[in-house]
Design a protein around this ligand. Structure first.
Ligand code: C5P
Length: 398
């Protein structure tokens, strides 16, 4: 995503400056080449050496630097940037940029760059609500600057309210979004993920080995590409992808209710969840006691959510998964037809490096129109983009 991207990280003088260090780590870890510019007041809060060590580049603090003879520092940096991030951005710097002032290294480089600029403000709640500030932000938004809104909470100044710098992870996601083509902007995509749990009694359930990794990767990738993403998730241990709206469910029946409540808003539904096919006929209200050597459990069929969606007259684009241990292609194509899908992603869950609970996957894609595509082993994050490329190309234009 950010591999080999040149990013300028502008740091201003706010107490949240230390959080820019965490963001720098996230950026470099994902392969970006980061150059840091600090304002004079930022250096009151944190030493340039910290950023220098973690970015492996000297930190820019002065506009005019006699050591750089052969190029004009702020222009060459501005030209090379793929993305400019300002974290934390003070009311002062935002006011200066909005007013066209360029009187230090940071504001001059912002003025000179053609790269997208992402601003993460942090300030006192009254400064944040000040009309002057609000009008400056609005003007910059109109001009195409990106913002990561601050969050509410207890502020360093003692006040409670908006103005707290967004979490480094949220700024990171916004940074990825700012350099990712927004080909799914305006689309609503519903993703189901994870296993379902079918309760037997208050302490026991039937489930499967699904980790939710594929569905969460799809949700994250769709969000990065600009879609509004609804993630209906069975129980998983995964962190919620930034900017994704999550609805947590436990059983297949709950998943069905959640999917049906939102299907009419959606352009596409991707059913990556491993929904249990059967549930116990009755859920015992009290814990079942140990009895004889053998007990039997009567099970009844769960609704097939995907098949129900496929049978609707008006329906969004439907993508299903087929997790198989044998006859992969045959079973997948049969499911594509039987459930009236537009696309099916078939994976052989008997392989060690594909399917449930691993970070990689190797799949076959089949489409309603008859075409097929074999995908080599790749990370679930990469595969999510391959699936979304195929899906995006087939969504009806609006
Ligand atoms: O028929 P099978 O369960 O193997 O099909 C798998 C696909 O159908 C997956 O996309 C899964 O999310 C979906 N499915 C469903 N409701 C069920 C069972 C499976 O939506 N009850």
């Amino acid at each position: 995503m950010l591999k080999n991207k040149t990013i300028i990280l502008g740091v201003c003088g706010g107490i949240a400056a230390y959080k820019a260090v965490e963001l720098l780590r996230l950026l470099t870890r994902s392969g970006a080449d980061v150059h840091v510019i600090m304002t004079r007041s930022a250096q009151q809060f944190i030493a340039p050496l910290t950023f220098q060590t973690l970015s492996s580049h000297p930190v820019h603090t002065a506009l005019f630097n006699l050591i750089e003879e052969d190029e004009i520092g702020h222009i060459s940096l501005a030209d090379r940037a793929d993305l400019f991030i300002i974290v934390p951005a003070t009311a002062n710097i935002i006011g200066k940029i909005a007013g066209g002032i360029a009187d230090d290294m940071l504001t001059t480089t912002v003025m000179a760059t053609k790269a997208p600029v992402l601003i993460a403000p942090a300030m006192n709640v009254n400064m944040y609500r000040n009309r002057l500030y609000q009008e400056n932000e609005e003007k910059l938004r109109r001009f195409g600057y990106h913002f990561v809104a601050p969050v509410s909470g207890r502020l360093a100044c003692g006040w409670e309210g908006e103005g707290k710098l967004a979490a480094p992870e949220a700024v990171f996601e916004a940074a990825v979004g700012a350099v990712t083509p927004q080909d799914l902007a305006g689309r609503v995509i519903l993703v189901t993920a994870g296993p379902t749990r079918e309760e037997i009694d208050p302490v026991r359930y039937i489930s499967n080995h699904s980790s939710g990794k594929m569905g969460y990767a799809l949700a994250r990738a769709a969000r990065r590409r600009g879609a509004r993403v609804l993630l209906i998730s069975g129980p998983t241990a995964l962190p919620i992808p930034e900017g994704v709206e999550v609805i947590n469910v436990i059983s297949a029946t709950e998943m069905l209710t959640a999917v049906m409540a939102h299907v009419d808003e959606c352009d596409a539904v991707i059913k990556a969840a491993a929904v249990a096919d059967y549930r116990p006929v009755t859920r015992c209200e009290t814990k079942i006691k140990k009895q004889g050597d053998v007990i039997s459990l009567e099970m009844t069929k769960n609704p097939d959510i995907l098949a129900l969606l496929g049978s609707r007259q008006r329906r969004p684009f439907l993508a299903g998964f087929a997790a198989e241990t044998d006859n992969l292609a045959g079973n997948a194509e049969q499911k594509l037809k039987a459930k009236n899908l537009d696309m099916i992603i078939a994976n052989d869950v008997s392989q060690e490096d594909a399917g449930f609970n691993v970070d990689t996957n190797r799949v076959l894609l089949f489409f309603k129109e008859g075409a097929g595509e074999q995908c080599e082993l790749m990370s679930k994050a990469q595969l999510a983009d391959v699936i979304l490329d195929a899906l995006g190309a087939r969504l009806p234009t609006r």
